[in-house]
Design a binder for this molecule. Structure first.
Ligand code: UD1
Length: 387
């Protein structure tokens, strides 16, 4: 489908998703493209980096995402295999549909792979959530971010520090647009539909009374390779979480990477079923419900750092760095790393009522995707060609 603009036309905006954290970013963008005046035609491509019901299917339903127009079905693999496979399968799709531009979000392998293919074919690329930097090149996502931002044409940022990062890497200022945080668009649109923690536990045949505790409960997610791929690091972290669980019931939504490593390293004995509520990866509405009523969140996820800031829930990030500094400077996030004493101290402070309250950052207002759609229209109209 093409869109007529005066005597010109441009092809669809090709929107790429691959892995779980992409879905909540793309849902509001697709809605904003459709509600823009005039509407911008879109095509949704799912690379299939995440493919199962827990990591993908259910989130599509929760977020009201349409069935993808194209699914590349790449599945799991090493970074090289996964990235190469997305590139190989994406190229003919790009050739067939001649989009006016490709929109990628976040920092997963699919983001980088599709950007590389499109840019080399002369198709403009817009990167949403550009300019975030952990300055830790051990993180696969950092490599994906740096390369994507160097070669993409339009860079939409979530916080002002991102622009400074991009400029210091030589990116021209006119490519950078501060538009706010699309992930918070999704949060605001869906909070009223969030599923209560009690309902979520009941759905797993767990008595919600396990969360009845004078101090409430905590939510845990862990999946970064740096935390879960090394047996000793994972053992220490699970041991520390076990100590936290003495003072506060913990709901632990286990990512498949973490679950398989706990099994592989035979660490299951560190998770006391009387103190932990173990759940599979949760749907979006379940996670929102669990987080919004929690006393604290312990995580190594990027998205949860932002969502807890928007919700005003204290977050302890089990990493040495973050690419989202605004969640620390203005929000409720604290970097605690993986040192047991530091984690226990920070938990104790929150349980004593000294947790960060924070404020919601600039332009995390539920309208970031509208700003992106308006900008895409302004940017793409002069690029439209007779077709
Ligand atoms: C990927 C992203 C990471 C993001 C995370 C969210 C990259 C480099 N990493 O990491 O940025 O924060 O997604 O989850 O892109 N698996 C399933 N079902 C699925 C998909 C995966 O069970 O639908 C299992 C597979 O065994 C796979 C493992 O999970 O090997 C890890 O998946 P993978 O896509 O390699 O990376 P993530 O750790 O999920």
């Amino acid at each position: 489908m093409t869109l007529q603009s005066a005597d010109k036309a441009f092809g669809p905006v090709m929107c790429i998703v691959g892995a779980r954290p992409n879905f909540m970013k793309m849902a509001p963008i697709l809605r904003a493209l459709a509600s823009h005046v005039p509407p911008l035609p879109a095509l949704l491509v799912h690379t299939g980096q995440h493919y199962d019901q827990d990591m993908s299917g259910r989130l599509f339903t929760d977020l009201g995402l349409p069935v993808p127009d194209i699914n590349l079905d790449v599945g799991s693999g090493s970074h090289a295999v996964q990235t190469a496979e997305v590139m190989r399968r994406f190229e003919p799709v790009l050739d067939a549909h001649r989009p006016s531009c490709v929109v990628v979000v976040g920092d997963v392998n699919s983001t980088l792979a599709c950007t590389l293919v499109a840019v080399k074919k002369g198709v403009p690329v817009a990167h949403v959530e550009a300019g975030l930097r952990s300055y830790d090149r051990q993180m696969p996502e950092e490599i994906n971010r740096v390369v994507t931002d160097q070669i993409a044409d339009r860079l939409y940022t979530t916080e002002r520090s991102a622009e400074g990062n991009l400029l210091s890497e030589g990116v021209p200022a006119e490519r950078v647009i501060f538009c706010g945080n699309v992930m918070i668009d999704s949060l605001m649109a869906n909070l009223k539909h969030a599923r209560s923690a009690a309902d979520t536990l009941r759905a797993h045949d767990i008595d919600p009374a396990v969360l009845d505790h004078p101090k409430g409960y905590g939510v845990v997610t862990l999946h970064r390779p740096s935390n879960v791929d090394d047996p000793e690091t994972l053992r220490l972290l699970l041991g520390t979480l076990g100590q936290v669980a003495h003072d506060l019931p913990l709901v632990f939504a286990l990512h498949p990477r973490t679950r398989s490593n706990i099994d592989k390293f035979e660490l299951g004995n560190l998770i006391d079923p009387k103190r932990f509520v173990l759940l599979p990866p949760q749907g979006y509405l379940e996670m929102l419900g669990l987080m919004s009523a929690a006393t604290l969140v312990l995580t190594d996820s990027g998205g949860l750092q932002e969502e807890t800031t928007a919700l005003g829930v204290p977050c302890l990030t089990l990493r040495a760095n973050t690419e989202r500094p605004i969640t620390i400077e203005q929000g409720t996030n604290t970097l605690v790393g993986t040192d047991s004493q530091a984690i226990l101290r920070a938990v104790a402070e929150i349980l004593n009522g000294q947790g960060k309250r924070g404020r919601v950052p600039e332009l995390w207002d539920g309208h970031a995707a509208d700003r992106i759609a308006s900008d895409l229209w302004r940017w793409l109209s002069p690029l439209a060609v007779s077709r």
